[in-house]
Design a protein around this ligand. Structure first.
Ligand SMILES: [Mg+2]
Ligand SMILES: [Zn+2]
Length: 189
């Protein structure tokens, strides 16, 4: 079983622009490609885990989410960086699109997407990491027994200022580059 890094998408890999409505609004942070390439080279499986409730809210389609991920991967490939798999949750309990309006096991902080990746890719959550800009990402890390790193990009700085009782991060760092350095210092691969 291999160790992985589970990466939040919006606010962690790319700018959080609310509900990304157009592909030309994908703004990859300047350090994202180098950080992911470093994780690739260390032998860590890199998996994106993202809530995309805009699908349930009728703001965009699953096809749009998938096209976004293809474009993101193409940008990364130009810098020899690779995301091994993407998992997204299109649901929301109060969505406006019938087919996606339901409670689910995949919407973070629930662990359905990580559980799926662990099964599909043969991962070891106890040797893995979750990186995100929200406390719900840290909650997910706790649930699956991985280490959680909160980044200050996206909503992270605001989240840091709003501590949640009973919830901690293993590290709070400026951005994904710093998170990758922290992970490479801890990881035994
Ligand atoms: Mg986020
Ligand atoms: Zn879901």
């Amino acid at each position: 079983m291999r160790p992985a890094v589970f990466l939040d998408r919006d606010g962690t890999l790319i700018e959080d622009v609310g509900y990304l409505p157009r592909l030309d609004q994908i703004a990859v942070f300047p350090w994202t490609i180098d950080a992911i390439r470093a994780l690739n080279r260390a032998g860590l499986v890199v998996v994106v885990i993202t809530n995309q409730s805009g699908v349930a809210r009728g703001l965009f389609t699953e096809a749009f989410v998938e096209e976004t991920h293809r474009q993101l991967s193409a940008r990364l490939a130009a810098g020899k960086a690779r995301i091994d798999a993407y998992y997204y949750c299109p649901h929301h309990p109060e969505g406006t699109v019938e087919a996606y309006r339901r409670p689910c096991e995949c919407r973070k902080p629930a662990s359905g997407m990580v559980d799926g990746a662990v099964r599909d890719l043969g991962l070891d959550p106890a040797r893995s990491f979750v990186v995100g800009d929200k406390w719900l990402d840290m909650s997910l890390a706790r649930t699956v027994g991985a280490r959680g790193i909160l980044v200050r990009t996206g909503t992270g700085a605001a989240e840091e200022a709003r501590l949640r009782p009973g919830l901690t991060a293993d590290a709070i760092v400026d951005n994904l580059a710093a998170a990758a350095s922290w992970i490479l210092g801890k990881s035994e691969v």
